[in-house]
Design a protein around this ligand. Structure first.
Ligand SMILES: Nc1ncnc2c1ncn2[C@@H]1O[C@H](COP(=O)(O)OP(=O)(O)O)[C@@H](O)[C@H]1O
Ligand SMILES: [Mg+2]
Length: 251
């Protein structure tokens, strides 16, 4: 499996002295979903922001297989952060508008990604007219419209109800497979992590670091039956125990 991104000895100490990350080692394989799983305060958001280049690191190395260019990294936050005065179409097209990207394919690409995230027919709707799940679909479409190589997702579905979240989890897998995008996902839900991931890094807090790594294989289709399967339940149990142990370990 080719690593798109490898991180060595990554450390982050904020100006106020908070050690958010220490000696983090991880890698993200191309074409896979890699998840950072951990309780609040483990440094998950800090790590994602450093990878995105939104925050500087204090020490360590981040090695990309190819140096990312503008548009190669997409970011989806927990809040959909849509422009309230713009339609779905204009919100999705925002990266093109911002980068003054003028291509005849642009409108077709915007429509194509709106279709892919399941918002066909809502192109002219405003954010206030959409449910939480639909707003998140707009946010996802906007992050994908410029065809990023990697999509960074920071607890994107945490504010959604259970049923909407499960549906978005299933759809996300299909969307990412279709778009051939590598995903680095953050969650504190073990179920969500197990459902989505090829690789899970369980993190522990104070200071944030990797506690344990799991590689996952998924037999068959990942659908509602899979969520109820014994294999899924067993994996959730194993990783829940790791997460629990990560919180109890002191050093
Ligand atoms: N800008 C900041 N300044 C100081 N401390 C911060 C800042 N951002 C986050 N932290 C601290 O760093 C630690 C990790 O935070 P964060 O990355 O948000 O964790 P998580 O996303 O896993 O909940 C926490 O202790 C948090 O309070
Ligand atoms: Mg966070």
């Amino acid at each position: 499996m080719t690593a798109l991104l490898t991180i060595h000895h990554l450390c982050k100490t904020f100006d106020n002295g908070t050690a958010a990350l220490t000696d983090v080692e991880l890698s993200v394989s191309a074409g896979q979903v890699t998840t950072l799983l951990g309780a609040s305060g483990c440094g998950k958001s800090t790590l994602l922001k450093i990878v995105a280049g939104l925050l500087s690191k204090s020490a360590g190395q981040i090695d990309w297989a190819d140096v990312p260019a503008r548009g190669d990294i997409g970011f989806v936050f927990q809040e959909p952060t849509l422009l309230p005065w713009a339609t779905v179409r204009d919100n999705v097209a925002l990266p093109f508008t911002l980068f003054h990207h003028k291509s005849p394919d642009e409108a077709a690409r915007v429509q194509n990604i709106i279709d892919l995230v399941g918002l066909a027919g809502f192109e002219g709707a405003y954010p206030r007219e959409l449910s939480g799940g639909m707003k998140m679909r707009v946010s996802l479409a906007r992050a994908l419209v410029s065809k990023p190589k990697v999509l960074l997702m920071d607890e994107p579905f945490a504010a959604l109800d259970e049923i909407t979240r499960a549906k978005l989890n299933s759809d996300l897998l299909q969307i990412c497979a279709q778009e051939k995008v590598t995903v680095l996902f953050v969650t504190h839900s073990v179920q969500e992590a197990v459902f989505l991931s090829d690789s899970i890094f369980v993190m522990r807090p104070r200071p944030g670091r990797v506690y344990q790594h799991f590689s996952l294989t998924h037999a068959g289709l990942r659908n509602e039956d899979y969520r109820l399967s014994a294999a899924f339940g067993e994996k959730v149990r194993e990783i829940s125990l790791s997460l629990k142990a990560s919180m109890e370990t002191t050093s």
